[in-house]
Ligand binder design. Structure first.
Ligand SMILES: C[S@@+](CC[C@H](N)C(=O)[O-])C[C@H]1O[C@@H](n2cnc3c(N)ncnc32)[C@H](O)[C@@H]1O
Length: 284
């Protein structure tokens, strides 16, 4: 959990309808990379904690007997459910809960995935709980984008004007990053290695999956990216949302003659941590 910050339900309020459109996709090869690394063959169960709109749950579900997506945000779970239906996936359960409420009677899992969600949690508590929920030899998998400055050098359109967008958000919401009803003075925490080791995990094995893809983004896509983020989620603008939206679209309009942007898709980084093959489920 970020230092000096308290979680509340509004963290991603209003973001869900913008999430799938706005967020950049994980590298397409991430599913195969995990299949190989974890020898996934349709056995065992998957839990995706902080599953959002099922971004990772849905493509991974066919490689397990059952997948469970857990998230506290009702609208994210609705979007996840729709995504599962669209993909024709029948072996997924969506559970509304915070990670801190686990195990919540959900049973045992072969793999637990955290895709850009672990930093919002009480990581020590959640790591300990998950280690007890995993089968012996099971895997704790941390997935994220590789953060690199966006450049559109040599591409058809300009890059989204990320710095100007940040400045506009600051103009409306103040200089310190917002998150739910609080602020993040020091950003979100990284460096979970020590606490995962403490929770009994071994590793990690690191996979970097190349994206090698250029995305063409419209003004609506980039606006959706802004609203998909916790620090510029729609609820934060209150009565001024329409005013902000006008300014946002004018800024984007001015940044590209044709209303188009080019962006290199980020690589995907996967850290795999393993529970020892012999697990004492009684440990604290
Ligand atoms: C950045 S989104 C990532 C969504 C999805 N995993 C993905 O990669 O597209 C973070 C998600 O974590 C969820 N989340 C935040 N705090 C959480 C907590 N304490 N327990 C479980 N999920 C949480 C949010 O509701 C949100 O859906």
């Amino acid at each position: 959990m970020p230092d000096g910050w308290e979680w509340d339900e509004s963290l991603f309020a209003g973001s869900a309808p913008h999430y799938e459109r706005g967020r950049l996709p994980y590298a397409a090869g991430f599913v195969d990379a995990l299949r190989q690394a974890l020898d996934l063959n349709g056995s065992g169960r998957l839990i995706d904690v902080g599953c959002g709109p099922g971004t990772v749950t849905v493509p991974l579900a066919p490689m397990f007997v059952e997948a469970v997506g857990v998230d506290p945000d009702r609208a994210m779970l609705e979007a996840a459910r729709r995504r599962g239906v669209r993909a024709g996936i029948g072996n997924v359960r969506w559970v509304r809960a915070r990670a801190e409420e686990l195990p919540a009677g959900l049973g045992a899992f072969r793999v637990a995935v955290f895709a850009q969600s672990f930093h919002w949690m009480d990581r020590e508590q959640v790591a300990r709980t998950i280690s007890r929920m995993l089968d012996p030899g099971g895997a704790f998998v941390h997935i994220s984008d590789v953060k690199e400055p966006s450049s559109s050098g040599g591409l058809a359109h300009p890059a989204p004007p990320v710095d100007a967008l940040r400045e506009l958000v600051r103009h409306y919401l103040g200089p310190v990053r917002r998150a739910g009803q609080g602020v993040l003075e020091h950003g979100t925490p990284g460096g979970e290695a020590a606490l995962l080791v403490q929770a009994g995990f071994g590793g990690p094995e690191l996979l970097r999956v190349r994206a090698d893809r250029v995305l063409r983004r419209t003004i609506d896509d980039v606006a959706a990216w802004v609203y998909s983020r916790s620090d510029s989620a729609p609820h934060l603008f209150g009565q001024r949302l329409a005013e902000f939206d006008d300014d946002l679209r004018s800024l984007l309009d001015e940044a590209s003659d044709e209303g188009r942007f080019s962006e290199r898709a980020p690589d995907t980084e996967i850290f795999i941590w393993r529970r020892p093959a012999t697990v004492d489920r009684r440990q604290p």
